[in-house]
Design a binder for this molecule. Structure first.
Ligand SMILES: [Zn+2]
Length: 193
């Protein structure tokens, strides 16, 4: 299976509210499998469907490097956020190379369906809770940079990102011409989402 091309900062889809999944069909399961492939290929720990150009409420989390079984959530809803507000560095596959401090709740309870359509309720803390909050935000058109408090540093970082994205778009265009597989390298700190 091939990884899917990513959508990057500046793409309208990343600012769009994703549609709920009405039926967990085989096509949805195929998409989820490809999202896991893409997440692994990009060395991410999470991915939301709009990041691969699909306007649907699906997220995958892969923290297998932290001994957490990978899982997906369809139509996820955060039911509760609790615990301390913690600040940590965050990154996103759609904003390659940009890492900034973001404050989030330490723990969440999230509801959603799995790839078999079964309803799940999950309590998560720390990095997993952060990753879930980051991915669920993607489904409402919100990016982690919206939560960054240091707007001056953010403006500088976004200027760097723009030049990096221009390079990536050029590489994508060349690879498409050559019919090759699109790949992008992303540095990983605690994990990109
Ligand atoms: Zn992200």
């Amino acid at each position: 299976m091939a990884a899917l091309p990513l959508t990057y900062y500046g793409d309208d889809l990343l600012r769009t509210i994703a549609e709920p999944v009405k039926k967990v069909s085989n096509d949805i399961r195929k998409l989820i499998a490809l999202m896991f492939e893409t997440c692994a290929a990009e060395k991410g720990i999470g991915l939301a469907a709009p990041q691969v150009g699909v306007n649907k409420q699906i997220i995958v989390l892969d923290l297998s490097c932290y001994d957490i079984e990978p899982f997906c959530l369809i139509n996820p809803v955060i039911k509760r956020r609790f615990g301390a507000i913690e600040t940590a560095s965050e990154g996103c596959l759609s904003l390659p190379g940009l890492f900034m401090e973001v404050a989030r709740h330490q723990s969440v309870v999230v509801a959603g369906r799995d790839s078999k359509g079964r309803f799940n309720l999950l309590e998560a803390s720390d990095l997993l809770a952060r990753a879930i909050q980051h991915e669920v935000d993607h489904l409402t058109g919100r990016l982690f940079i919206d939560l960054v408090e240091d707007k001056i540093q953010l403006a500088n970082e976004l200027a760097h990102l723009e030049s990096k994205l221009a390079e990536i778009r050029l590489t994508q265009a060349k690879e498409l011409q050559q019919g090759g597989v699109i790949t992008a390298t992303n540095p990983t700190v605690a994990g990109v989402l």
